[in-house]
Every structure is written in C-alpha cells, then in structure tokens.
Unconditional design. Structure first.
Lengths: 241, 153
C-alpha cells in the first residue's frame, strides 16, 4: 500500500488512477476509450483522405498509405508465408496501426493539458486492459489460423519434433499472450513515467532526448507486436514435414 | 503492493482489469473490419493492379526487345549475303571484261602479224621478181654485147 501511494503521489504523476465510467453493472476505464477514439478517429480520417481519390500515379497521402501497405504486406508475407498471408494481412496491419497510433499519439499529444476529474489521458496502450485485449486476440487468431488451415493436424505442432516438447508448447500458449501484453504495457507505461518524472523535475531541454527515445521505443514496440503476432500465426499454419 | 485487481475487487491500480478489456477487443476487431474495407482492400487493389501493369509492360518490352534483336540479326545476315553477292557479281564482270580484252588483244595481234607476214612475203616476191628481171636483163645485155662483138669480127 505504501509503495502504491508513493507511486501515486510521486512527482504529481497519477499512476493507477482511472476515469471510471459506470454502465449498468460494468465499469470501464474512460480515459482509455477517449484517447483511443480520438486517435483512431484521426487515423480513419487520414486514411479516408488518402483513399478518397485513388490514382495510378500516387500523390501525397496516397503515396504514404501505399508505402504503409507495402510495409505491412512485407511484414505479413515474411512471417506468415506466401500461402495464407493475404487472409491475415488486415489483422496484422490493424494491430500495427493501432499500437503505433496509440503509442505515438500518447507520446506526441500533450494530453496533460486536458484535465480530467480522475486519472489522465495518455496512450491507450499504457493500460493493461488494452494490451491484454490485443494479446488475447493474437492468441485466438493463431489458434483459429492453425485449426482452419490444418484442422486437427494443428495439434501435431505440440509434439513437433518430439513429444517431449508437449508441456513446453502448452506453456507457450500462456506465455505468448502474457509476454506480448506485458512487454507493450511495460514499455509504454515506463516511457510515459520517465518523461513525466523528468518533465516534473527538469522542465527544460533534458526531457527532449528522452522523448525522442520514447518515440523510438514506441515505434519499435508497434513493430515488435505486429511481427510477433504474424510470427505466431505463421508458426500455427506452417506445415511440418 | 501494487494492487492486482481482477474484475471489480478494489478500485484503481495499474493492473485494474475490468470490462475495458473485452470492449477494447471488440473495438479492435471492429477496427480490423473497418480498416480492411477502407484501407487494405482499396490500397491493395491499386498497388497490385499497378504491379501487374508494370510486370506486364516489362514482359512485353522484353518480348519486343528479343523480336528486335532477331530482326536485327536477320537483317545482318541479309546484308552479308547481299554483300557477297555484289562482290561475286563485280568479280565476275571483271573477269568477263578481262577475258574480252585479252581476246580482242589477241585477235588484233594475230591480224597485225598476218598482215605483216603478207607484206613481207609480197616484198620478198617482188624483190625476187625484180632480181630475176634484173638478172634476165643482165643476161640479155651480155648476150647483146657478145653478139655485137662477134659480128664486128
């Protein structure tokens, strides 16, 4: 309890404070939805602008979107493989875009200027609920990918190459979502905390390199999340011989 | 202690897991469908159409290039054969004219020799005739002289 209150009050940072929304019997973290709606709204507006008038000679936003599409296709193709990457490209791309937009939006927009009655706005990925939701979606998708592509033969994967692997492979099904969610959550939260503490202690100049470092880690985390998700799906649909 | 709260035990904390989780999952799934129809499908169509267009053009250009090379080689062999043909015709004509020249020359030489021979023969016969006549006249003259000398005696 002491540590929690220390953490809560340290540097006037609000850690573990949430803006609660009560709908009937369920409670939600309102700040997570608010920021995600703003950021995803901006993303969708940007994408609609870029795809409004598609031309054969790409200009402006369309160029950027095509680059992004190509990047996501390469990522999905290298990890999942030529055969089924098309089915999973939208999911991998959405994960990448969601995590990337959330991370960068949380780092670039001065949310702190908006005062909430409780908690504060920030990157949606700095909330454990979001990252666990993403990680569980990845788990569901690789199970679905494996079962839909190979049927019951998917479970051969658990005894491949020897049945000794069985307990480890089962354990992996739990560690995969755990590591996915905690890696993203920890990195983004830590980045927000470090920047917050530095801004509180030394408001000038010193936080800037840390902010750049934060932007770098944010982008890397988005890439890692999407790559690992694609890798897990690729592992599930891979044919063993 | 950091509070590790599952579904509405005590409030707050970093690990406060509640209905945000399933709702966020639904939101991400919805976002996947929205992005698929707004972004991945249209952009993919445009990019793949262009890639197809470019690769088709490259194949077409390659075909045309090979065709051009074939035609070039064809023309080159044609040119070569035309050249040898021309050379052959020229040398043939040269030979022909050479032969004609030689024939004409020989004919002229023969003719000249023949006329020269004829002239020589004529000269010779005339000379011998003249000589004969001369010796006959000399004989006549000597006979005349002898007769006159004999008669005077």
């Amino acid at each position: 309890m002491f540590f929690n209150s220390l953490l809560t009050n340290f540097a006037a940072l609000e850690v573990g404070q949430h803006l609660y929304w009560q709908i009937g019997n369920i409670r939600l973290h309102g700040q997570v939805f608010l920021t995600s709606w703003i950021l995803l709204g901006a993303l969708l507006v940007f994408i609609s602008l870029g795809t409004k008038k598609m031309e054969n000679d790409p200009k402006g936003i369309q160029n950027l979107l095509e680059f992004l599409w190509d990047y996501i296709r390469d990522l999905a193709r290298t990890q999942i493989g030529e055969k089924v990457y098309r089915d999973w490209m939208p999911f991998i791309g959405t994960l990448f875009l969601f995590v990337f937009v959330s991370n960068w939006g949380g780092a670039l927009i001065p949310w702190r200027l908006i005062k909430l009655p409780s908690g504060e706005l920030g990157a949606p990925t700095a909330d454990i609920n979001t990252t666990i939701a993403l990680a569980l979606l990845v788990s569901l998708s690789y199970f679905y990918a494996g079962l839909s592509n190979k049927g019951w033969r998917y479970f051969e994967y658990y005894v491949h190459p020897t049945p000794i692997m069985l307990p480890f492979k089962i354990l992996e099904d739990f560690t995969k979502p755990l590591s996915l969610s905690f890696r993203l959550f920890g990195n983004i939260l830590a980045d927000e905390l470090v920047v917050g503490v530095l801004v509180f202690l030394v408001p000038l100049i010193l936080p800037i390199p840390v902010m750049f470092l934060g932007l770098f880690t944010s982008a890397i985390q988005a890439l890692i999340f999407a790559t690992l998700a694609a890798y897990y799906i690729g592992e599930a649909v891979e044919e063993h011989h | 202690m950091l509070a590790f709260n599952f579904f509405g035990a005590t409030e707050g904390g970093l690990f406060d897991i509640n209905a945000t989780l399933p709702l966020m999952a639904i939101q991400v799934v919805a976002l996947t469908y929205i992005l698929n129809s707004l972004f991945f499908k249209p952009v993919g169509n445009v990019v793949e159409k262009r890639e197809k267009f470019v690769s088709n053009n490259i194949i077409e250009a390659k075909n045309k290039l090979s065709e051009v090379k074939k035609l070039e080689a064809d023309l080159l062999t044609q040119l070569q054969s035309a050249r040898t043909e021309a050379q052959r015709i020229v040398s043939e004509a040269e030979n022909e004219s050479d032969k004609l020249y030689k024939e004409a020359l020989e004919l002229a030489n023969n003719e000249a020799n023949a006329s020269k021979e004829k002239a020589r023969l004529e000269i010779e016969s005339q000379t011998s005739a003249a000589r004969d006549q001369l010796s006959k006249q000399a004989d006549d003259l000597s006979e005349l002289i002898v007769n006159r000398l004999i008669l005077e005696k």
